[in-house]
Ligand binder design. Structure first.
Ligand code: MN
Length: 275
């Protein structure tokens, strides 16, 4: 099932080119100020039959008529994988991988959604796109074994880990506001299947920049969860960036970035210089 937030952060089910309003299923139940997606993540097993019934029976409206929002507007944390593809290690002339670096965290305030705009903080420094399979944690995970790890995933999404190149710590260079576009929706893990063999492509202004498959990940999704949950407890709604393949390249004012990931769909964002 494809679950989205749209317009005034209403919950929606995406079905083909339509979106079905599912907000009534959660509006009375969620806690004050809690976003609807977070409620679904925490109660998916219980809500799933009603969501499926709605998906099968309800009329939606055209996706083109709504404004999709980031499907996880404020994750508790964004856990990210540095140098997790060998060919990206080579293009960056690095001699280390995730095995040496471990993980890093991005500020959750860097999240934006479909159709939003990445704002470049510098005109005199290189800032790159990074195409990544993202995923969302579905339940509390503490010292989970890789063999059990996929059962902790709520779903998958497209994620662009926007990055200023330079010498500062990754958490600085990758945490500027607008530097984590996610979406366009979450494909639930039960529909998505195996995250270990997923084609993905990123274009800028229609030109292919990155094209890869997650089978080439150094730490795959289960190993990332095992590694991370041995360090810190994972909570529902935590977002992971699994790392970028080769082909990272600069973006500039006026660019349009499209991430296209198999079994998810397309996430489009714009780029401009920060005011
Ligand atoms: Mn990255």
């Amino acid at each position: 099932m494809k679950l989205a937030l749209y317009d005034d952060y209403r919950l929606g089910i995406v079905k083909g080119e339509q979106i079905i309003d599912a907000e009534p299923l959660v509006a009375e139940k969620k806690y004050p100020c809690q976003d609807s997606m977070m409620y679904v993540i925490e109660h998916y097993d219980e809500l799933k039959p009603a969501l499926q019934e709605l998906e099968a029976s309800a009329q939606g409206k055209a996706l083109a008529e709504v404004k999709l929002q980031a499907p996880v507007p404020k994750p508790g944390k964004i856990v990210a994988a540095p140098v997790n593809y060998q060919k990206h290690k080579a293009e960056m002339s690095l001699d280390k991988t995730i095995d040496d670096y471990g993980l890093f965290l991005k500020a959750n305030s860097s999240i934006i959604g479909p159709g939003d705009t990445v704002e470049l903080p510098f005109t005199d420094r290189r800032t790159d796109h990074e195409l990544e399979l993202g995923f969302v944690i579905g339940k509390k995970a503490k010292r989970v074994k890789a063999a059990d790890a996929l059962s902790y995933v709520f779903g998958y999404l497209c994620l662009c880990d926007v990055t200023v190149r330079g010498g500062e710590d990754r958490s600085t260079r990758k945490s500027f506001d607008t530097f984590t576009p996610i979406g366009p929706w979450i494909v639930t893990a039960d529909e998505f299947g195996d995250p270990g063999n997923v084609d993905m492509v990123l274009t800028v202004n229609g030109e292919v920049r990155q094209k890869a498959n997650t089978r080439d990940l150094i730490f795959d999704v289960p190993r990332l969860i095992e590694y991370a949950s041995n360090v810190f407890t994972l909570f529902p709604g935590d977002v992971f960036a699994t790392g970028t393949p080769e082909g990272v390249a600069p973006i500039e004012d006026g660019d349009v970035i499209v991430l296209d990931i198999e079994r998810i769909g397309q996430l489009t964002v714009n780029v401009k210089d920060r005011d």
